[in-house]
Design a protein. Structure first.
Length: 222
């Protein structure tokens, strides 16, 4: 497979036309070997225009995946990450998003709930020299307060609800970005912290499987 050509085509046909103007993101996506972050069964489609599977679907058809490159790039751009930033990457999967964030920020905490994915992330991040990323394992909605507060939090997948305790891990002026909705429809959304209040803005249409733990509590009807 000519991954280098596919990588260039991904950026030129998917990312640049999607109003991604941060040259740091463009450069990182041109340099990072996305295929290293994709399990062998799906490596041939690592640069497809869409989400790339990381795990088989469960009994409900829900799986973990890399966000489509254009969606990830736009979310990261909306987070407005500066070179001095500390970033929390929630649902880091195999670490591609964390490797991208490491090219922009001072430090990245990659939080993953699946031990197998976390192990794959450590190995892939080692291969690309992303030594400013720390991979940790835990429940995704709880975040990782030990290393907070953060300048930015990226939620790498869909959510139906964002817990207040996760927003509390933002620094004043910090931003959290996530896709709010369900598997078929949703909106990329930015929360920004101003003291004890949080502004919320929707920025573009997007969809993704809901990350574990970010489902709304279901009410039982009698």
């Amino acid at each position: 497979m000519d991954y280098a050509t596919q990588r260039t085509n991904m950026v030129e046909s998917q990312v640049r036309p999607s109003d991604v103007t941060d040259h740091r993101i463009i450069r990182a996506m041109l340099e990072l070997p996305r295929e290293l972050f994709v399990p062998e069964p799906w490596r041939a489609i690592a640069y497809m225009d869409g989400a790339v599977p990381l795990t088989p679907g469960n009994h409900l058809g829900v799986r973990r995946s890399l966000l489509a490159a254009r969606v990830l790039a736009k979310l990261v751009q909306a987070a407005e990450i500066e070179a001095t930033a500390a970033v929390l990457d929630i649902g880091a999967g195999t670490g591609y998003s964390s490797a991208l964030l490491a090219r922009l920020a001072r430090s990245v905490v990659a939080l993953e709930c699946d031990p197998a994915l976390a192990g794959a992330a450590r190995e892939a991040l080692r291969q690309v020299g992303a030594d400013t990323v720390t991979v940790v394992e835990g429940d995704l909605p709880q975040g990782w307060a030990n290393e907070g507060p953060y300048d930015a939090i990226l939620v790498e997948g869909g959510v139906e609800v964002v817990p207040p305790e996760l927003l509390d891990q933002l620094k004043d002026g910090g931003r959290l970005v996530a896709i709010v909705g369900d598997r078929t429809s949703g909106r990329a959304t930015v929360w920004s912290r101003d003291g004890s209040t949080f502004g919320r803005t929707t920025i573009f249409d997007a969809s993704s499987d809901i990350l574990p733990g970010f489902e709304k509590a279901r009410a039982f009807a009698f």
